[in-house]
Design a protein around this ligand. Structure first.
Ligand code: PXP
Length: 241
């Protein structure tokens, strides 16, 4: 199982002050040292956390691979086309949302698929980028994704995560969807809302080969690092007298 770490919320903290720290690139390098197989970032149209410059710096500095999440905004598709990250994961985006709320709506038939999405998929695949679509664990949507000739689908684990610990039905939905997507020749990824309590059942689904996890890891990192951070400041302040 490949574990990709999403460092968006390191940038969220930085953007709260429009400061230089904490740096998502520095965080990404630490993630790699700890065993991450890849780094995921979402360059949103509103640039609320990750900035264009972060994506360029990550592409230059990380030693693993970059998974760029994006919607179909022209400037971002064009950036991805030039930068050629290892993987592009298309996600739906709504300005007022707190985070990505659902999978891509792919329509009820191939001719109902958003032409901007079709165009963006074609452009990135021609640029040699592996393309994944973030979708709900729904068999019909998987059919649409398979018709779009993408490399992979990332199954939205949000419903499962929210339902935890009473998640048998949602877990079963994920299992079925993973199996079905694999049978259609798609690589299967998963993510959203996974944390230290709910991840193992998803990680046990054999067809899933990649997970992207962000918020819970950044949240844990703040708590694990707090004592050390305060000790250092305490020592500095005390050493001045
Ligand atoms: N995968 C996708 C497509 C996402 O949009 C996100 C959130 O940016 C994640 C994975 C990571 O979700 P979380 O931060 O809840 O772990």
């Amino acid at each position: 199982m490949r574990l990709y770490i999403n460092v968006d919320h390191v940038a969220t903290l930085r953007q709260a002050r429009r400061a230089r720290e904490p740096d998502p690139v520095e965080a990404a390098l630490l993630c790699e040292r700890a065993g991450a197989d890849g780094i995921t970032v979402h360059l949103r149209e509103d640039r609320r956390h990750i900035q264009d410059q972060d994506v360029h710096r990550l592409a230059e500095q990380i030693k693993t691979v970059l998974n760029l999440e994006l919607a179909t905004a022209e400037d971002i598709v064009s950036l991805a086309e030039k930068l050629k990250p290892h993987q592009a994961t298309f996600v739906p985006e709504r300005r007022e949302e707190i985070t990505t709320e659902g999978g891509l709506a792919l329509g009820s038939s191939p001719d109902r698929v958003d032409p901007r999405l079709k165009d963006a998929i074609g452009r990135l695949r021609s640029a040699g980028v592996r393309v994944s679509l973030f979708i709900d664990p729904d068999l019909e949507v998987i059919d649409r994704a398979a018709e779009l000739a993408v490399d992979a689908v990332e199954l939205h684990t949000g419903q499962y995560s929210h339902a935890f610990p009473r998640s048998d039905e949602e877990l079963e939905r994920l299992r079925k969807a993973a199996k079905y997507a694999r049978s259609k020749g798609l690589a299967v990824h998963a993510g959203h809302g996974l944390n230290y309590e709910n991840v193992t059942a998803v990680a046990a689904i054999g067809e899933i080969e990649e997970l992207s996890i962000g918020h819970s890891i950044v949240s844990r990192a703040v708590m694990v690092g707090m004592e050390e951070a305060v000790r250092r400041m305490r020592a500095l302040v005390d050493s001045a007298r």
